[in-house]
Design a protein. Structure first.
Length: 268
């Protein structure tokens, strides 16, 4: 019997299920891998905004990871929301347990509705201790500028070079916040533009989580970082195009599993 690749998501929980752990699990299923979780924080949020955040204890973060690693094993790791320095310390300890397993870091800093998800001390810890462990780092334009302290005029190619200098093995600078909507992959050679379909009428809440989770899934399935980045862009783009604008009053969630299409064809 063929073994199903397993991917661990270390991230926060979104009670509205559009982003975070919930988005990751949906993306993992869409990409044909088994998803596991170590929850770093619990958020009270919906499509409009984040009402409250409560951190999970560092000991519990480590215990969650140890439990699934001991029994199931892991073929890739995706890291999302960290929140505070104690959480960063716990995640570093977890990442020391996975050896040469590919690690995808999504530097989650600000929620779709504008809430700050990473304080200044945690930002420094993220840059100094987590980013150098990344097989692939997946910032969007706003996150990249925040990480390197760059102003708005810096191009995607300049930014991706700046971010790689922080220590990850490769960077995918996602272009959802740019006019061109082009991702740029860079691992120290020539930057590679990754284009995809545009969906201006879609819904994008959770698109970043979905992209990085899909990238981790494809690494677990044996793709190269560039190959995984290309496939992840396709999955995320399709999810935005199918986005659920009718869910909630704010930024609708992406639909990576084709829920709306299934609802239209399922007898009621």
């Amino acid at each position: 019997m063929a073994r199903i690749p397993a991917v661990l998501s270390i991230a926060g929980s979104d009670s509205g299920a559009g982003a975070g752990i919930q988005a990751d699990l949906k993306a993992f299923a869409r990409c044909g891998v088994y998803g596991m979780t170590a929850i770093t924080a619990i958020t009270a949020q919906n499509t409009v905004g984040v009402d409250a955040i409560e951190a999970v204890s560092p000991a519990m973060i480590i215990a969650q990871a140890r439990a699934v690693l001991a029994d199931i094993g892991v073929d890739a790791v995706k890291v999302g929301m960290l929140g505070d320095p104690a959480t960063v310390d716990a995640v570093v300890e977890v990442l020391e347990l996975v050896g040469e397993t590919p690690i995808v870091i999504d530097p989650v800093m600000v929620a779709e509705g504008g809430a700050t998800l990473l304080n200044e001390e945690a930002r420094r810890a993220l840059i100094e201790r987590i980013l150098p462990l990344a097989t692939v780092l997946t910032p969007n334009l706003l996150e990249a500028r925040e990480l390197v302290g760059a102003k708005e005029g810096r191009s995607q190619e300049e930014l991706v070079r700046d971010v790689l200098a922080l220590g990850p093995r490769a960077v995918v600078l996602t272009g959802g916040h740019s006019e061109a909507i082009i991702d740029v992959f860079f691992d120290g050679g020539e930057p590679v533009a990754i284009e995809g379909e545009r969906h201006p009428d879609g819904a994008s809440h959770g698109s970043g989580c979905t992209h990085s989770a899909a990238l981790a899934a494809f690494l677990a399935r044996g793709e190269t970082p560039l190959g995984a980045a290309r496939k992840a862009r396709e999955v995320a783009s399709q999810a935005v195009g199918a986005g659920l604008r009718q869910i909630g009053a704010g930024a609708g969630p992406v639909d990576v599993c084709g829920l709306l299409a299934a609802a239209r064809t399922t007898p009621g």
